[in-house]
Design a binder for this molecule. Structure first.
Ligand SMILES: [Fe+2]
Length: 246
């Protein structure tokens, strides 16, 4: 059994709770799909833990911006990158972040942060199933199964078959378990540190054989929210949104 997590966003309380859940399941290997930093109050601790615990760590768009072009971000996000830059220990961790791969292929699975077409930056939202052209191009680059993050919205995209359109299944709809079949599939593993599907619990997936299990884990979000409020360089909104998972 292995675990896949994404979008930690410097939320140490959520990451700690997810790793405790992972440790209860006899997981052999953890893959992280990126966005370790940004938004949250504990980037250094989260980078160190992910580095130690994960067999594979991909670059997210946040790592990419942090190492290359913070100027491109909005004011409040740029502010948080300036803060990151001044943070003790951050510069020492930059070479690790700068050298993360953008995609990984192993055991018939493709792993990316965004999409198979644009591993760093492309969002694939549930409503994109109505955009057949977009989905067709992305699925064309997937052999059978792709795992991604980036939207912070977990779920399963299934390719179009002869009499069916593209489908998206939210974890609740499928009782938090999906079984692969012969159709191509893209699994969004959701977000550890900033879920945006109206469920504030930290999210990740466990994979065993043909089964994907969507896990949701309660964590002490009030501590994270308080830490964000106490840091003037971080926008309070990034804390407040954790309460409702938006
Ligand atoms: Fe993210």
């Amino acid at each position: 059994m292995f675990a896949i997590l994404s979008d930690i966003h410097a939320n140490l309380e959520a990451l700690t709770a997810v790793l405790a859940d992972i440790d209860r399941h006899g997981v052999e290997r953890i893959v992280c799909l990126g966005d370790l930093v940004g938004y949250g109050p504990d980037p250094i601790a989260c980078v160190d833990i992910i580095r130690e615990r994960c067999a594979v760590v991909l670059m997210g768009n946040f790592e990419h911006v942090a190492i290359s072009e913070p100027g491109r971000f909005s004011d409040s996000a740029r502010h948080s990158f300036d803060w990151l830059d001044r943070l003790g220990g951050y510069k020492e961790r930059l070479p690790f972040l700068a050298n993360l791969p953008r995609s990984h292929q192993e055991g018939g699975f493709l792993y990316v942060h965004g999409s198979a077409r644009n591993p760093l930056n492309e969002y694939v939202f549930p409503e994109d199933i109505c955009n057949a052209r977009k989905m067709e191009r992305i699925f064309a680059l997937v052999d059978h199964t792709c795992f991604c993050g980036h939207t912070h919205i977990p779920g399963v995209f299934v390719e179009q078959s002869a009499d069916d359109l593209y489908q998206f299944h939210s974890p609740e709809e499928i009782d938090y378990v999906y079984q692969f079949d012969s159709r191509k599939t893209i699994v969004n593993v959701g977000s550890v540190g900033q879920p945006r599907d109206s469920d504030p619990r930290a999210g990740y997936v466990l994979v065993e054989g043909e089964l994907v299990r969507f896990r949701r884990v309660e964590y002490d979000s009030e501590t994270t929210i308080r830490k964000i409020r106490d840091l003037p360089d971080l926008d309070d909104f990034h804390g407040d949104r954790l309460r409702d998972g938006r």
